[in-house]
Design a binder for this molecule. Structure first.
Ligand code: PXP
Length: 237
């Protein structure tokens, strides 16, 4: 059974909508760990639209499981990762105009730069994963540049609109897992997973960890709403 890592970016998204101090992703990380999460994920984006540098620094001190910092392969982010020293780094593509990460990193397109980034991060003792599409050439490239792990992008599977696309995407993911295992790469998966589709991905076998954010944070609002309203009514007196 894959272990669950919780992405708390979306908690920070709500906080940043008001530029206030709640809800706090650090508290959300603590509750996730208490509920049994295997690790905590944050994506420090260049535009700081959700997670802030301060969150990352505090999480480094408070996370007791495993802190996974998602980042674009840029000089600024490498310097921050080397200072903060998360338990692992995941390289992801980043575009300013995107709503969320739209696909895996194209390692083939920028293999020299990515190989340099991987080398520098690993030389400093950090475990390194790369977020990639379920594509055999990208998996081989991840292995060539020296990644320890690949996170297979499940977004196209999650967004499949019909049975045919759904099966097709699931097959691609299975092939990607098998190819990664043959090369000795460790495997995680994530993006777009929810309470309905997660069982089909975890059922594939060969995935060590699932990285899930949006659906958990969305559901926590719904399952927590009743208590939140009752508590406020009690205070309204
Ligand atoms: N993995 C990566 C690399 C991501 O960028 C994200 C989204 O931040 C996730 C997993 C989690 O995706 P979701 O929020 O759709 O569960």
């Amino acid at each position: 059974m894959p272990r669950l890592n919780v992405n708390v970016d979306h908690v920070a998204t709500i906080r940043e909508a008001r530029k206030s101090n709640e809800p706090d992703p650090v508290l959300a990380a603590y509750i996730s760990e208490m509920a049994g999460a295997n690790g905590i994920i944050v994506h420090l984006r260049e535009d700081r639209r959700h997670i802030q540098d301060r969150d990352l620094h505090i999480l480094r001190q408070t996370v007791r499981t495993k802190l996974n910092m998602e980042m674009a392969p840029t000089r600024e982010m490498i310097d921050i990762a080397l200072e903060v020293k998360p338990d692992m780094v995941t390289l992801v593509p980043e575009k300013r105009e995107e709503i969320t990460t739209e696909g895996g990193l194209n390692i083939i397109e920028a293999s020299k730069n990515i190989a340099r980034v991987v080398k520098e991060i690993k030389k400093n003792g950090l475990f390194l994963s790369i977020f990639i599409d379920p594509d055999l050439e990208q998996i081989k490239a991840a292995n060539r540049v020296g990644a320890d792990m690949v996170e297979i992008h499940t977004g196209l599977y999650a967004n499949a609109k019909n049975e045919y696309d759904n099966t097709n995407e699931l097959n691609k993911i299975q092939k990607a897992i098998d190819a990664s295992e043959r090369l000795g790469l460790r495997v995680s998966a994530g993006h777009g997973l929810n309470y309905t589709n997660v069982k089909y991905i975890s059922g594939l076998g060969g995935i060590e960890e699932l990285n899930i954010g949006h659906s958990i944070i969305a559901n926590s609002l719904i399952v927590g709403m009743e208590k939140a309203v009752r508590d406020m009514i009690a205070l309204c007196g």
